[in-house]
Design a protein around this ligand. Structure first.
Ligand SMILES: Cc1cc2nc3c(=O)[nH]c(=O)nc-3n(C[C@H](O)[C@H](O)[C@H](O)COP(=O)(O)OP(=O)(O)OC[C@H]3O[C@@H](n4cnc5c(N)ncnc54)[C@H](O)[C@@H]3O)c2cc1C
Length: 460
């Protein structure tokens, strides 16, 4: 009798929050003979871009009460924090708007969850692969997964949890720096000006990182609208607005409806934050129910306004930015970059401030890209480029993220093997897929979908 082959594992590519939680939920849901191969190129599992920072000024953008890793255990992170022996010494900040923990501490929470998952039932079901996945080549039973380090693994399917794609590299300049490489920021001249492109949450972080690394010079931050993220404030809950079909037929109708709701909340002494938070459970449905032309209009005109209200900072971070602006260390403006000319030691940047006829020239030693979202069609990521070339993935709606079905299954130009995605790569399909409260739900849902699919395949 031929020996039965062990079941192929499911690969999860990327071990930030999305991949870590996908792996943990898969382990809890898949049969015990099915392993999970969690692959991470950055060497640190359970941290990703957001929670790998060691800077205590980098606080979570959400209150601790919203940061549980599990949808069915809402107090899990708060309880973990409360049980920490070190308590407030860990940099946890209690504010009138709620408790905000350092992001590095949240990374520790995730790595502990992962360690727990590796060791829980004594079975070696979670394998950590510390390498860059460079290819997924389909075969009749799934994929041959290949890594830059030369490893090959036969897997039954894969979950792409690779986070936000880096922005496409505009503006081109040899003085362009990645704000996520703090060691390079530490090598800047301490007094010569720098330019940050983008004025959102990444800009807030970048200012903190620069100051943390001893940079004392002027910082200029620009974006199309020059809007700064709002800060969290104490806000009573507001009920989910009951929206009619007419309310969601066009963007202006939806905007009018939301403004009416905000006026009602203001009149009740609750404020706009309650309304934006109340919309959260229905934002995805709203996004999908808007006609494509209206969604495109939203991206062109409203998105910066939505983002600064929806993605808010912890109050201490907002206070740091206000202090910087008041002291003249940081100036924030609305402007378009017209050109960048590189000189050996600086970049000459020509800007047109919004609404001005005149242009402005800035000589800066570095340009830091804090714009956030890159486009799949322009990606230089070798794995995604191979998957696109094979027709296994394609750009999502409006070129943002990957195209996928409601079951997280990635859609390509031809039917492909079992390939799923979650997290920021779903941004064009789902609108709310960036933050922990959304991703933890996706991870739990996805695990059930993957388990059911493998069950069906085995029964066939
Ligand atoms: C600075 C910052 C702060 C944030 N703060 C909050 C917050 O306070 N609260 C909140 O709810 N949300 C926050 N977010 C939102 C955040 O997007 C999510 O919480 C979550 O961290 C996204 O995780 P991810 O795993 O999808 O992506 P990432 O964290 O980017 O992880 C992706 C991982 O995939 C790895 N990878 C990529 N390609 C490969 C490959 N080919 N092979 C192997 N590994 C690969 C990368 O090395 C990386 O570790 C923040 C985001 C950022 C950027």
């Amino acid at each position: 009798m031929a020996a039965t082959q062990p079941a192929r594992p499911i690969a999860v590519i990327g071990a930030g929050f999305s991949g870590t939680m996908a792996a943990i939920q898969l382990l809890a849901t898949l049969p015990r003979d099915r392993a999970v191969l969690l692959c991470e190129r950055g060497g640190r599992f359970g941290r990703g871009l957001a929670y790998g920072t060691g800077a205590s000024a980098h606080l979570l953008n959400l209150r601790a009460g919203n940061m549980s890793a599990f949808p069915d255990r809402p107090r899990h992170f708060e309880d973990w924090l409360a049980a920490l022996a070190e308590g407030p010494a860990e940099g946890v900040r209690a504010t009138p708007a709620g408790t905000f923990a350092p992001r590095g501490l949240y990374g520790r929470y995730l790595t502990e969850l992962l360690t727990d998952a590796v060791t829980r039932d004594g079975l070696p079901r979670l394998h950590l692969l510390n390498d860059t996945v460079s290819d997924l080549a389909p075969d009749p039973e799934g994929f041959r997964l290949r890594t830059e380090g030369g490893q090959t693994h036969a897997v039954a399917g894969a979950v792409l949890a690779m986070g936000n794609l880096g922005a496409a590299g505009e503006p081109r300049s040899r003085h362009r720096l990645d704000p996520w490489q703090p060691e390079r920021l530490g090598r800047l001249h301490p007094h010569l000006p720098v330019l940050i492109v983008g004025t959102g949450l990444t800009m807030v972080d970048t200012v903190a990182t620069l100051r943390d690394h001893g940079f004392a010079g002027p910082i200029v931050a620009v974006s199309r609208r020059g809007l700064l993220p709002s800060a969290h404030a104490a806000a009573a809950p507001w009920p989910i607005p009951a929206l009619s079909a007419a309310d969601v037929a066009t963007l202006p109708a939806l905007l009018r409806r939301v403004r009416r709701e905000v006026a009602a909340a203001e009149a009740a002494g609750i404020g706009w934050r309650g309304v934006i938070d109340a919309l959260r459970p229905v934002t995805d449905t709203l996004w999908r129910s808007l006609p494509p032309a209206e969604r495109a209009r939203f991206l062109r005109h409203l998105r910066p306004f939505w983002d600064v209200h929806r993605h808010r900072t912890a109050p201490p971070a907002a206070e740091m930015i206000a202090r910087e602006i008041a002291a003249g260390g940081l100036s924030v403006g609305a402007a378009r970059i017209l050109s960048v000319v590189d000189a050996p030691a600086h970049a000459a940047v020509t800007l047109r401030p919004r609404g001005a006829g005149e242009t402005l020239r800035l000589d800066v030693q570095a340009i830091l890209d804090a714009t956030g979202i890159g486009r799949v069609g322009e990606t230089e990521d070798p794995l995604l480029r191979r998957l696109i070339a094979r027709g296994l993935v394609r750009p999502g709606p409006f070129g943002i993220g990957l195209d996928a079905g409601p079951d997280y299954r990635v859609l390509g130009t031809r039917p492909g093997p079992r390939l799923w995605t979650l997290g920021p790569l779903l941004r064009g399909v789902l609108w709310e897929c960036l933050a922990v409260p959304d991703i933890r739900n996706e991870a739990a849902d996805l695990a059930g979908i993957v388990a059911a699919e493998l069950d069906r395949a085995e029964a066939a």
